[in-house]
Structure formats: structure tokens, C-alpha cells
Design a protein around this ligand. Structure first.
Ligand SMILES: NC(=O)c1ccc[n+]([C@@H]2O[C@H](COP(=O)([O-])OP(=O)(O)OC[C@H]3O[C@@H](n4cnc5c(N)ncnc54)[C@H](OP(=O)(O)O)[C@@H]3O)[C@@H](O)[C@H]2O)c1
Length: 326
């Protein structure tokens, strides 16, 4: 019988329960996966707390790697035994499950399952942010928050590979070295340094053309103050809480700024977009331009501990849950 991490109510990590689940045969356009590694994402915390609308009861999680064990009607482009990874399909914290083929891609040779599960959602997020939301150009100086985190670790390396000078932020001194290893030429420690002042100093007063900010409430204002006129504020998450309402006039006052609040799901609307985004990610990883570090591993049943560490800012890089671990 498959096992999963389910919530029956919203709340802290204690609401995560390890339960047995019935699993129906895969439906049309679905495959059944035996999951080998499950990616942990901050969005799983929002689903748990209820910040992101989530119907209950719910199996948490959005991404995992695994092996195809059964094919539903109409599935022709995957075969039994294929090693695959997916993101953006709720219900991933499980030992086995059915997944629509639309969100699945094959794992390239040379990439292990843990790494695939660690990078699919975070890395394709980095792809759309850097290449499609605000396309970063060589020579630009940019700000990327949470430079030692899951998305940030991948995105900062990728931005550097694109030729950008990256100003990364971290929450503590201990994370500075990792942010530097991720390609940040400058690292700002939130709570210690004045972000906007440092950015003005580094850019000779000009500010930056783009800030990527998923910290949310705590950094939103300071991030706006880092931007040059007509700069783009990419507010793509809320680790410290949701950003309060913003008056359009504020964007005028701060320099005719652009503000976007993107979500990965709107940049992977079709199978073709998902495949192209993953291909771009696999390419930079294969060429060694982006290194993906699984820095925390937990048995699936220990998901509550994983959530407490992620929310407590005690993790770096990516974290995975291992369904096969005792
Ligand atoms: N919109 C999208 O399409 C999309 C897709 C994927 C992820 N995201 C967002 O991107 C962000 C990163 O996701 P992730 O899964 O890779 O997580 P993560 O970066 O590994 O973890 C979140 C990081 O946020 C920072 N943080 C700052 N203030 C915080 C606070 N008050 N509480 C907790 N953390 C705080 C911490 O880094 P420091 O301690 O170094 O500050 C923490 O490590 C999340 O906000 C997530 O929702 C958005």
C-alpha cells in the first residue's frame, strides 16, 4: 500500500501526517510512478498554512522523480521503467502516485533521481525568471534574494553564466560563502546591511534594472529602492509573508517601475513550454554552468522536520524527501 504525507487541516508542521493511501489505476493521460525522491519547496509550506488555497484533505508537494510503473489509456510517449521527473502536480509527498504526462519529462542520463527532484521546480523557476520574466543581459548588475536557498542557488549561478554581476542576499553570515560559491560577486546580509544603500554604492548610484524577490513582506520596500528608473520588480514569493497592497502611484514615485508577481504555472502552460524550460535547465546543468546541491535529505515520514527547518531558515540549497528511506 502506498504511503503519503497528508494534511486534514491547516497549521504548523505538526499537521503533516504519514498515512496509507489507496491508489486507483492511472486514468487517461496519466502514469503511475514509484517515487524515488520528492522535492521540497517553500510553496509546500504555503499550502500547509493555507496561504495558498488548498482543498482539504490534501497530500502536499508538487515535484518528484520516479520510475513509470503503469500506463494509463492513451499514453504513448512514456514506457514502463522510464526514469522521469515532474513539477507542478499537487500530491507529490507520496511513495507512489498517478501523474498526468503533461507535466512529466524524462531524466537525462548522468542526472540522478535526487538531483532531478531537487532541480525540476526550482530550476525551471530560475529559467522563466531569468530568461522570460525579465531577460537578463550580459553586463547587467542584478539583485537576487535568498542566494543560498533552493531557487536562489540555481538562479544566481545561471545569472552569472548569462554574464550578469549578481548581488545576492542572505539571512545570516553563515550563508555568505555559499552565496559567493553560487556566483554572487556581492553578498548583502539582510538585517545587518542596508540593502538599498549597498546596491547604490555598488552601482555608482544608478541602481539595478531588476530585483528578484521571493522574501516578500520583509524586503519589498527595500527591493523597490534598489531599482533604477524603469526597473522591474519581480516579486515571486512570500517566505516572510505576503506583500501588502501596493498603490500604483508608488511605482511612479520610485521611477516608473514595472511590477510583476509571476507564478511558474503561467510559464509552463503547455507540455511544450514545460519540456523547453526543462531542456534549458538540463543544458546548463550538463555543461557544468549550474551545479545542483541536495544539501538536506529526510525520510518521507520526517516531512514535518523538513518543513520546520525550511521555515526556520536553517536549510541551504535544495532539500528532498526520500520515500525509500527508513
Ligand atoms: N512564483 C514562482 O513561480 C515560484 C516558484 C518557486 C519558488 N518560489 C518562491 O521562491 C522562494 C524560494 O523557494 P525555495 O523553495 O527555493 O525556498 P528557499 O529559498 O530554500 O527557502 C526560503 C528562503 O527564504 C529566506 N527567508 C527570508 N525571510 C524569511 C522568513 N521570514 N522565513 C523563512 N524564510 C525566509 C531564507 O533565506 P535567508 O535566511 O538566506 O534569508 C530561506 O532559506 C519562496 O518564496 C517560494 O515561494 C516561487
Amino acid at each position: 500500500m502506498p504511503h503519503a504525507i497528508r494534511i486534514d487541516r491547516h497549521g504548523g508542521p505538526e499537521v503533516l501526517r504519514y498515512v496509507e493511501l489507496e491508489l486507483a489505476p492511472p486514468g487517461a493521460g496519466e502514469v503511475r510512478l514509484r517515487q524515488t525522491a520528492v522535492g521540497i519547496n517553500f510553496a509546500d509550506v504555503y499550502a500547509r498554512t493555507g496561504l495558498y488555497p488548498t482543498a482539504l484533505p490534501a497530500v502536499l508537494g508538487q515535484e518528484a522523480a520516479g520510475v513509470v510503473e503503469a500506463l494509463g489509456p492513451g499514453v504513448t510517449d512514456l514506457a514502463l521503467g522510464d526514469r522521469v521527473v515532474y513539477a507542478g502536480s499537487p500530491g507529490a509527498y507520496a511513495t507512489a502516485r498517478n501523474v498526468p504526462v503533461d507535466v512529466i519529462v524524462k531524466i537525462p542520463d548522468g542526472v540522478d533521481d535526487e538531483t532531478a527532484a531537487a532541480m525540476m521546480l526550482k530550476g525551471t523557476t530560475a529559467e522563466y525568471l531569468l530568461l522570460r520574466t525579465y531577460p537578463v543581459r550580459a553586463g547587467e548588475t542584478i539583485v537576487f534574494h535568498s542566494a543560498a536557498g533552493g531557487v536562489g542557488s540555481i538562479a544566481c549561478q545561471w545569472a552569472r553564466h548569462l554574464g550578469a554581476v549578481v548581488i545576492g542576499t542572505v539571512g545570516s553570515e553563515e550563508k555568505v560563502a555559499l552565496a559567493r560559491a553560487n556566483g554572487c560577486e556581492h553578498v548583502v546580509v539582510l538585517g545587518r546591511d542596508d540593502l538599498a544603500a549597498r546596491v547604490r554604492e555598488i552601482t555608482g548610484g544608478r541602481g539595478v534594472p531588476v530585483v528578484y524577490d521571493a522574501v516578500g513582506r520583509d524586503t519589498f520596500e527595500a527591493s523597490l529602492d534598489c531599482l533604477s528608473p524603469r526597473g522591474t520588480m519581480v516579486s515571486y514569493g512570500n517566505a516572510s509573508g505576503p506583500v501588502p497592497p501596493v498603490l500604483p502611484l508608488k511605482l511612479t514615485e520610485k521611477g516608473s517601475l514595472f511590477l510583476t508577481r509571476p507564478s511558474r504555472k503561467h510559464y509552463t502552460l503547455t507540455r511544450a513550454e514545460t519540456v523547453a524550460s526543462a531542456a534549458a535547465l538540463f543544458d546548463v546543468v550538463a555543461r557544468g554552468a549550474v551545479r545542483v546541491d541536495v544539501r538536506q535529505r529526510y525520510p518521507l515520514a520526517d516531512a514535518a522536520r523538513a518543513h520546520a527547518e525550511l521555515e526556520g531558515r536553517r536549510t541551504t540549497g535544495a532539500s528532498v524527501l526520500l520515500p525509500g528511506a527508513p
